[in-house]
Design a protein around this ligand. Structure first.
Ligand code: GAR
Length: 192
């Protein structure tokens, strides 16, 4: 049996699509489940076009320990991968998956992280602060937003004429390039 990833996303789900493509013919790892907390999220529509099971767990339902753990156990999930997921991961789920929940943040943590730092807000903050570098951070998830152990960072240059949208596009390219590969390495390393 392959190592099974659950992907959690609230928005467009381009990283989820990239993972699905990356692991499509992988021998050891598969994207086994896509979960969103937003009924209208594009990620659910994307997943519906694939053979991968997808479901909605509404924001208020994450409090329901039995319901949520039941879903993860029934689907035999080994790792949880966040890709633009807005709800907080509850403590009981972190306890069930120690060192097995990963997130990507579209900036160089520990700066430009925390509550409300999501999507374009992050890139606007980087530009307002006059930074000449930004990038991505892949980290373990703990109970605080964006504060878990950092496992990987990659940088890009912020040009003088950069807009939040152009920076977002640049950062997303780094995400597509690195996130599945870094998760693959971490998971296979832990499995050995
Ligand atoms: C990604 O850029 C991810 O880094 C960011 O949300 C975007 C989701 O894009 N995550 C955060 O801001 C977390 N604080 P996608 O839905 O197209 O994959």
């Amino acid at each position: 049996m392959k190592i099974r990833l659950a992907m959690l996303a609230s928005g467009r789900g381009t990283n989820v699509a990239n993972f699905i493509e990356y692991f499509k013919i992988h021998e050891l790892i598969e994207v086994a489940l896509v979960i969103s907390d937003q009924p209208e999220a594009e990620v659910l529509k994307r997943a519906a076009k694939t053979a991968i099971p997808h479901l909605l767990i509404r924001r208020e339902q994450w409090k329901d320990t039995e319901l949520v753990l039941g879903i993860f156990r029934q689907n035999a999930i080994d790792y949880i991968i966040l890709a633009g997921f807005l709800s907080k991961i509850p403590a009981y789920l972190l306890a069930e998956y120690p060192e097995r929940v990963f997130n990507i943040h579209p900036a160089l943590l520990p700066r430009f992280g925390g509550k409300g730092m999501y999507g374009l807000n992050v890139h606007k903050a980087v530009l307002i602060n006059g930074e000449n570098q930004s990038g991505i951070t892949i980290h373990l998830v703990n109970e605080e937003y964006d504060e878990g152990h950092v496992v990987f960072q990659a940088q890009c240059t912020v040009e003088p004429n950069e807009t939040p949208e152009s920076l977002a596009a640049k950062v997303q390219q780094l995400e597509y390039q690195h996130y599945p590969r870094v998760v693959e390495q971490l998971v296979l390393h832990q499995a050995l």
